[in-house]
Design a binder for this molecule. Sequence first.
Ligand code: PRX
Length: 651
Amino acid sequence: MTVQIDHALEEIRRFRPSPEFAAQAVAGTRLYEEARADRLAFWADQARSLLQWETPFTRTLDWSNPPFAKWFDDGTLNVAVNCLDRHVAAGNGDRVALHWEGEPGDSRDVTYAELTDEVRRAANVLTDLGIGEHDRVAIYLPMIPEAVVAMLACARIGAIHSVVFGGFSADSLASRIDDAEASLVITADGGYRKGKVFPLKPVVDDALAKAEGGTVKNVLVVRRGENDIEMADGRDLWWHDTVAQASNEHEAQGFEAEHPLFILYTSGTTGKPKGILHTSGGYLTQVAFTHKNVFDLHPETDVYWCTADVGWVTGHSYVVYGPLANGATQVLYEGTPDTPHPGRWWEIVEKYRVSILYTAPTAIRSFMKLGRQIPHEFNLRSLRLLGSVGEPINPEAWIWYRHVIGGGSIPVVDTWWQTETGAIMISALPGITDLKPGSAQVPVPGISIDILADDGTPVEGEGGGLLVVTEPWPSMLRGIWGDPERFKETYWEKFGDKYFAGDGARRDEDGDIWLLGRVDDVMNVSGHRLSTAEIESSLVAHPWTAEAAVVGASDETTGQAVVAFVILKASQVEHVTDPSDAAEELRRHVATQIGAIARPRQVFIVNELPKTRSGKIMRRLLRDLAEGRQVGDTTTLADTSVMTAITEQVR
Ligand code: PRX
């Protein structure tokens, strides 16, 4: 196996643009040159050529008050018009925007004309419900076309959406509703996952009972799961009674380029998620630019499929805004990859003749485990480009993806970016950059990346350090909702005017960048961000827990997995006859409090935690233990015998 991989590595290192990418190669090389010559003029050109402006802008960047950037700020545009109406006006109304595939096998094609109509109707309903510019709307929906409609309807009227992933609990939803002071929630009765209907509306009811702000006036409910739900009189409305009945006439107005578009909550190093704020013109420019060039999109012929849920940033930028701004035809799939059979994804690729597939390493590794015979039962020859996002992709998975799914000769692009960056920042461009398995490689044109030592000095040539973005970029976050201080502290205090990403990185001898994972207390489980502090506070909130420490331990499939070490309260210890019962109860508790994605893989009940003399928990040692390694240097521990005791309890 190793020999085969080395061989493949050699071959791919030498991968050169194939003839089909010749046109792209010429255009792409020009993009790098233009961006290098004048970065701001380059972005201004992209904003003008990729988007339709209501009022053209004359200013490109205002960076007079860092870290608060303004891009294209004297221009106005309507984001929804850019994603919909202008394609219809250009004569592409009959083009399919969404090939939607429900998990049970039902499906629906939605054209650009139909999607435009539906968004106009929804915009009219939102306005009737009193939603106006700057009002916040929480969206808690499964992967159904209405999720896209709801987001774009908000954008159309200048309201700010906050999409909450359907896997999050009532508590998580409640705290997000409160933080953003949302006045409307758009949800569904339920959706399909793993062959079953999972209820959503009942979770919303629960969340609204828990929310302290009392800001929500209405709940708009899409019928999907047909599960039994309760509708509160005067508060709850059915989508089919309102949106479906509304007029499709809607005049969209232009908003300033810096008009807020959405808030998306993501985990940081504290227990409280951060509401990352994105605005309109700069964001749409960079998502459209990267979607077009990183995926070499030909909207007339390509069928694109990004497997991300709209609850994450990838779903915002590369399911909704990027592809629709570019007039792409895409697949939207509701369910899990293995339902009702393990070849489900490949069946969808075959059915719609998908040509561009964008997914996460964790999914690829799960398929690798099942073996190549499953994808080989399907015709995957329509694929011509593969993308990866969410975590470092190991070279073995990269090669398997390219060979088994891609047939051996098509480009694989590994794209690095974050909720905060809004759009892809580091990636090869297919047909231009040589491809190197495992490395995200080079900044996209117009993006300036560097690697710094801890003291801020740039790492010259080969070497490792901390990843920074050295110049403002169009789709950068504009702040943390309601917390400008945290915004400055988290990203800008360490290196002044350079954006600190929180990732470690290494530059190799060819100048290519390799991402090395987070350097803070943020974990990456299946490409989803989780905070150790958030899970620790959830564990400590349980009446049995005295103290808890959480680490991200490497995991073959999910990249990292949550492993918790818990000390029970003395008053509880005597009641717990079997520690595995306590562990199970605590795992369940975290899943209910935060969401199933946060459920620890393991909870170890221990008597002590390793602490320094100043009382700081040494998570590094717990990580060694969780990963089955020899425990590292313990000399700074207050009591060096503690690790021996914990190791005995765990093993
Ligand atoms: O650690 C990096 C990792 O995911 C983090 C961002 O997570 P999130 O905001 O949830 O966005 C995920 C989807 C863009 C980063 O700090 N990450 C993301 N993409 C890659 C990656 N690590 C290595 N290689 C990537 N391609």
